[in-house]
Design a protein around this ligand. Sequence first.
Ligand code: NAI
Length: 410
Amino acid sequence: MTKTFPSLEKNRIKVLLLEGLHPLAIDRMTEEGYVVEAHNRAFDEEELLEAIPNVHVLGIRSKTLITEKILERAENLLAVGAFCIGTNQVDIDAACERAVPVFNAPYSNTRSVAELVIAEIIMLFRGLFDKIRQAHGGRWKKSAQGSEEVRNKTLGIVGYGHIGRQVSVLAEALGMRVLYYDIIDRLSMGNATPVMELRDLLEQSDLVTLHVPGTRDTEGMMGRREFGYMRDGAHFINASRGSVVDMEALREALTSGKLAGAAVDVFPEEPKSKEDPFITPIQNLPNVILTPHIGGATQEAQRNIGLEVAGKLIRFTNLGSTEGAVNFPNEVLADLRGHHRILHVHQNVPGVLQQVNAIFAEANINIAAQTLRNHGEVGYLIVDINHVVDPEMVARIGAMPETIRVRVLG
Ligand code: NAI
């Protein structure tokens, strides 16, 4: 594997973009002056094995698998951009071991999810889903029964992160009172009030909406007991992860009349493709809004993902900045400001910094700025110097047994 990377002119940087990325992302990379090849489909293993040795920057969505076998062949690969939310399709540890940061766009669709939740809050309080269904069936159910305004109702938000906070702001603008529960202290938005126990939130809310991650800790966090704590006739929304809710318990709460209604966007088992059937215990209930995991699926989110990931790839390629990399030491780096920069990825063991600095000292080179960040087994050393970088010095750093990769910028 190539360990040393000299500074490359932009028109020698080859970018391969797969799976029909947003045109803005392709334009952004092209305008940067890189050589961009874009395809509307995923590459299978064979195609990728053939293409990858010459690629410096790879952009994919969720269908292209980046396995260790692919990374083994990716001699020139500097970075991978996953133009989506998750990075399960990439062997991120194997990428890290080869000094390849992986970037994604975890928060590009925050607003989209929050807006769907707000729409569902109003729909649930007005019993709209059943009224729409009846009207389509030719039945005129004109009635104020079970139909309420959201103003002055109490909204309970479980998980006060990016989405939870956006929902909080929008809900307050509608005149709702907001309570939230999180496992870490989160600053309140507006007049939202934190509660210390999940149970308190469940007991006090007219509608509970979940915005927690899908972790071992949150698995089944809403079960029979928790639905039991909720107010009679309350509503429930889950647009977080399917694993968080016991669906049989939710069905019971809905059919027994404990809950007035629910809106669910995510399920413990979701179809892998559009052709696969979709089955859930809460189908065919008049008070349930079901959506096919589309909380974050909007044009704006796609656009944001394209721009966000393209921006991260460009900042890494041009500056070495790794902000937002999922598998790599994170470091925000500014412009080179006329300096030359050496990016040294190495095994995170004692003595590396000393060795590198000794090489600089022997070459009589003054260091303008230096930063070291670690992530697990890997260290990322960034050194800015005023001097043109001597290839022999780079070769010496590259020859250190702890060196995984050394790249020069400027
Ligand atoms: P985030 O990481 O910004 O916020 C999650 C919050 O939940 C954090 O404040 C965290 O401290 C809190 N939390 C973690 N464990 C908790 C627990 N046991 N009890 C209470 N709070 C807990 O995440 P973000 O971006 O707000 O996303 C929230 C959820 O929405 C995630 O599950 C994500 O996968 C999902 N999502 C769903 C989409 C859809 O299409 N329906 C699209 C985007 C995200």
